[in-house]
Write a new protein. Sequence first.
Length: 243
Amino acid sequence: MTQPGQTEDAALVLFSGGQDSTTCLAWALARYSRVETVGFRYGQRHAVEMDCREPVREALASGRLGMDHIVDLTETIAGLGHTAMTADIAIETDRDGLPTTFVPGRNLLFLTCAAAIAYRRGLRRIVAGVCETDFSGYPDCRDDTVKAMQLALNLGMQRRFILETPLMWLDKAATWALASDLGGQKFVDVIREQTHTCYLGNRSLCHTWGFGCGTCPACQLRAGGWERWTEAAGCADPERVLC
């Protein structure tokens, strides 16, 4: 049941400028009459992703795409300590078995901020591109975490938010396939050319799947998914480079 002040057919998408959140944005635009976006600055090494957001929004522009929000958490997250995502630290596995790119509390903060915006904007649905099927091992990307956050946010804000995670059970190949289903080759090309995933923020090297260093975990996941999808889909020219 939708509460007073909430619009059932409206969503807020956590939109970083990367492949997953761009796919989620297209997914939301295909379903809801009003879609807004929110992005976060947190001192990320790949801050170039923030520069990718507006070109992607322009590429997907429609009457359904509404306001964009930017939240700056740089001082907050920096004050909690450095990780390989926010400082020049080697990307490796730490003694707890987690990648050093894991930023403790990041997605929990993101969802809390998004819910606060959704509260004020009357948006019931909050869409996030987290996934525990083909991911870097972050515990705050798990389905159990999202379900727990939904309960906490609904209790703490006295709302009935729905946290939607359309990629939760998809591997990267299936994410490329979903993009193709949503917008065909044109949308796939937007993801390849305009989005950014590389943890190191490298946009000087171009690959068949887009820009990136090609060696960090994010690039490897994206590249592996591209290879599996193009092979399974029998793409006519999977080696075509757009950049």
